[in-house]
Design a protein around this ligand. Sequence first.
Ligand code: DGL
Length: 280
Amino acid sequence: MTRRDPRPIGVFDSGVGGLTVLSELRSRLPAEATIYLGDNARTPYGPRTADEVRTFTTECVRWLLGEDVKLLVLACNTATAQALPQVRELSGVPVVGVVRPGAVAAAAATRSRHVGVIATAGTVASGAYPSAIAEADDRVLTVQQACPDLVPLVEAGELSGEPVRGALRGYLGELIGRDAQIDTILLGCTHYPLLRPLIEGIAGADIAVVDSAFTTALAVEDLLDALGTRAPDSPSGDERPLAAAHRIVTTGDVGAFSLVASRIFGASLPDIEAVSLPAL
Ligand code: DGL
């Protein structure tokens, strides 16, 4: 008999970017309750030292574990690249990061075997993507481009204006200028899918753009099935589906967070809650 576990899935990001992963999780696994924590008070993580990222990430993860989550998703590439082993060490529940699912998707998508990765400075410096892509397919060459201006722009709700277009033209121009054989660009930061239409427009029709949100949701689904811990999808003896509960919590400003979050979730956005971590 399959065990069922109604506890929520915990999702963490430095800010609003992980909502792109949450959105895929919610559409792929509608019966699962979720609790999302964005550390907007300390975003961006990208320019921070690895030690700072580890400290902040473990503080946030401890908070989520205190909410009795059954599984954790590190929906932040920077945190995954720099803190995944520490998070696994302290968590009594399974932890899924976003780097491996993204790397697998990019290695599968490329035909030329030249992949461009755009990410934060911290993720680029960690080397997590070149090694995860080589692990997925060691014939693939990875070229990286740090894009330090993008997370602050997205956090400010700037998703389509000239500042973000100009920044993207510069970053993508540099990336493709270094390797004209790139046929796949991996969005190695969970904030970047919010800029996907602009990125696709600038990259052009010959370059595929992939992200880790969809493949991370698949990895979570596989893990829940392997563990037999999916949420009950209907009350026993009743065919009506249970409505899964969703909470979104931020360490930062609720109004600014809601503005970006409502563009992703529209009417299905729960009320955003503020939280103050002990270290803040
Ligand atoms: N969404 C985070 C990531 O995927 C952004 C990191 C940051 O805060 O700079 O890396």
